[in-house]
Every structure is written in C-alpha cells, then in structure tokens.
Design a protein around this ligand. Structure first.
Ligand code: FE
Length: 150
C-alpha cells in the first residue's frame, strides 16, 4: 500500500451487530490506522488533553472505533480533570469487559471492548455518583455518533 492510499475498509465494523469478533492482530494491523492500532491492540495510552473527546459535551453515543460496538452514552460522561474522556457507566453491562493489569508497577483494571477485545482504557473507583466509577478512556478508540445523525 502506498502511503497516500486510504486505509483499507474495515469489514468488521458494525454499530448494530454485537456478535463477538475473532480477528487476529495481524489483520487489525492491516485494517486500522497505526495510532488506533497502538492503543487498541498494543494497550497504548494517548497523551492527556490531546484526544478529540476529553472535553466533548455533545449528546450521542460513543462506539468502539475498532469494531463499532456501542460503549457509552453521553449522559454518563462527566467533566474529568484527568485529560481523557471519562464515563461513570457503560451503555450495557456487557458492552465492555475487564481484566487485571499489573503493568508499570501498578495494579489497575483494564477495560476492553467486549465485541473485539480491544483495549479502551482503565476503570477507577473515584468517579461520581451513582456508580462511583470512572471509566478513563482513550479518545482514539472511541467513535462519537451524535443523536441527530441517527
Ligand atoms: Fe470493539
């Protein structure tokens, strides 16, 4: 592929099909932009206050940028000073899944998309009511769909 070519279409992306995907990292590498791949499949983290959604306030739904799975509603998003888009609950309990993450000398809980198993960010216990949770997400693996676009 030449550097000027658009990225290949993503045949796995669907905002309505929640069926679990089994797609190899090699295939995701071929499909996804490098910066999306790095966060989603190599568990990277975008720099605070650099992502497109950390201070976004529009009404709509945040989908997984890798597979299209619906992850969060804007009414669960809250203004967090941490520099990453933050939510107090997932759209459905099974929108995401969790894994223990002991990297970098910390014990954290990783949040993954439950459809494509991509890394989304981490969850912490310092969020607002009603859940007290803070889903600290990377903008680059989210796809915001405004309500009026439906
Ligand atoms: Fe996904």
């Amino acid at each position: 592929m030449l550097p000027t070519d658009p990225p290949p279409a993503n045949p796995h992306y669907s905002r309505t099909d929640a069926t679990h995907l089994n797609v190899s990292d090699a295939e995701w590498k071929r499909i996804l932009p490098d910066d999306v791949y790095h966060v989603a499949r190599e568990k990277g983290t975008e720099r605070a206050f650099t992502g497109k959604y950390w201070d976004a306030t529009g009404l709509g739904t945040y989908h997984c940028a890798v597979c299209g799975n619906a992850l969060f509603r804007s009414d669960s998003k809250f203004g967090s000073s941490c520099g990453w888009p933050s939510f107090f609950e997932a759209l459905r309990p099974d929108s995401v899944r969790y894994e223990s993450d002991r990297s970098f000398g910390m014990v954290r809980t990783e949040v993954l998309c439950n459809r494509c198993d991509s890394h989304l960010g981490h969850i912490f216990d310092d969020g607002p009511k009603p859940t007290g949770k803070r889903f600290c997400m990377n903008s680059i693996v989210l796809d915001f769909v405004p309500d009026k676009a439906r």
